[in-house]
Design a protein around this ligand. Structure first.
Ligand SMILES: NC(=O)c1ccc[n+]([C@@H]2O[C@H](COP(=O)([O-])OP(=O)(O)OC[C@H]3O[C@@H](n4cnc5c(N)ncnc54)[C@H](O)[C@@H]3O)[C@@H](O)[C@H]2O)c1
Length: 387
């Protein structure tokens, strides 16, 4: 089944890398990148300002984040602020068209789409070895490598996601001296992206990739953090019968109070037509669970790293794991990821945080800490005022 899906995707990808324009016509990839750029209205306004103030003049920013149309808008905004950019993607989510678009506009793009961890590792090292002044990290990949081969002029930077914060927090003592702001821990990122946008895009991606309905299906969601709440709510709104498995008893109680079933793990796996992991933890569903799964059950991971579902052995045992356990909301045919508005808001936080680190508005005392409240308020007010 996984192979059949992969073959189907290859065909779809070749013919349908398009979006529908305002006039209802199909537009090619280039237009999609420009459509996204046009719709990122916070980033456009911030770009206008940064072009005047040039906070990144003379500085290089190394980035390791999904390369797709919304990150193109972010990277080009930073470039308008005077930065030189050295950019690579994340494992299995890079879109070649985004790389080409950036390279044509003077960004040093390292590598291209890959699902090979050792090739991805080489790309990350290539970014790190240019010794940037600032890092824009997603999953802690760049900062962890910096610790292995540190250099002097790094001022700090940003970390985008939950999984990266979990990786960098225990390293805080060794990262002392750097200002590192964690975008994920902004309340805005939590509710705008993790809860609302991941939930919507997980539902959209499940239906787009599988072409299956959700009505009456038994869906088990592992994890009831910000992302899990949104995933559970969106599948329930699409008429699925949703169960939640949570290791934290308080969050399990919250899921119950929100009206979800909270069966024991084994029962949740036995009854599920669809299993979605979104925890940030390793080995959430493993080969040992194969005998529990219903024939035809579909498994998918929306957590950052592809280690939540043991995809290889489970596939070998006959299970269907979408996109080999990589983030399925950034994969499959015509992958869209989270909504433009949610990423515009999140990337406005990114731009403002990198500006704060570059200008010294935040210093080394801010090492692996949430976005400053003043930036949250500024971005929230700007979005509401321009709605
Ligand atoms: N797909 C996307 O677009 C996207 C966007 C943002 C974040 N993420 C990723 O999604 C993951 C979750 O993010 P979050 O913000 O919801 O994190 P969170 O920390 O708020 O929630 C994770 C939850 O999972 C629970 N959990 C941990 N191990 C578990 C297990 N074995 N079984 C059941 N529950 C378990 C935790 O108790 C916690 O409540 C992270 O990897 C994050 O990086 C993905």
């Amino acid at each position: 089944m996984e192979n059949a899906l992969a073959r189907a995707h290859a065909g779809v990808r070749a013919t349908c890398s398009v979006v529908v324009t305002r006039r209802g016509e199909y537009a090619p990839w280039m237009d999609r990148i420009e459509w996204v750029g046009e719709r990122c209205r916070l980033l456009r306004a911030i770009g206008d300002e940064l072009e005047r103030t040039q906070p990144f003049a003379g500085l290089t920013i190394g980035t390791g984040i999904h390369l797709e149309p919304k990150t193109v808008a972010l990277i080009l905004t930073l470039r308008r602020g005077g930065a030189a950019l050295v950019s690579t993607g994340n494992l299995n989510t890079t879109q070649q068209e985004a790389c080409d678009y950036l390279a044509d506009r003077g960004v040093h793009v390292v590598g291209g789409p890959t699902s090979d961890p050792s090739e991805h590792d080489r790309h990350l090292w290539e970014v790190v070895r240019t010794q940037p002044d600032l890092l824009l990290d997603n999953g802690g990949d760049l900062f962890v490598r910096y610790l292995e081969e540190p250099w002097d002029r790094l001022r700090g930077g940003t970390e985008e996601t939950t999984s990266g914060r979990m990786r960098l927090e225990p390293l805080r003592d060794r990262l002392r001296g750097l200002a590192i702001l964690v975008i994920n821990d902004s309340p805005i990122k939590q509710f705008v992206e993790n809860e609302h946008a991941v939930g919507q895009s997980a539902l959209e991606s499940f239906m787009r990739i599988t072409n299956l309905s959700t009505n009456g299906k038994r869906v088990t969601v592992f994890g009831y953090g910000a992302c899990g709440k949104g995933v559970a709510a969106n599948f329930r709104n699409a008429h699925a019968i949703v169960s939640v498995v949570e290791v934290d008893p308080v969050k399990r109680l919250q899921a119950l109070f929100d009206g979800f079933l909270v069966p024991e793990r084994e029962e949740a796996l036995r009854t599920a037509d669809v299993v979605i992991t979104v925890t940030g933890a390793r080995g959430v569903v493993t080969a040992a669970d194969a005998p529990l799964l219903k024939p035809g059950a579909v498994l998918a991971n929306a957590g950052h790293f592809p280690w939540e579902i043991e995809a290889g052995p489970l596939t070998a045992a006959g299970a269907t794991v979408l996109e080999s356990g990589h983030m399925f909301n950034l994969a499959g045919p015509r992958p869209l990821g989270n909504s433009i508005e949610s990423m515009d808001i999140g990337f406005a936080l990114q731009s403002r945080c990198l500006e704060a680190v570059a200008t010294g508005a935040v210093g080394a005392e801010s090492c692996v800490v949430p976005v400053p409240r003043a930036i949250d308020e500024q971005v929230a007010a700007q979005f509401v005022q321009t709605t």
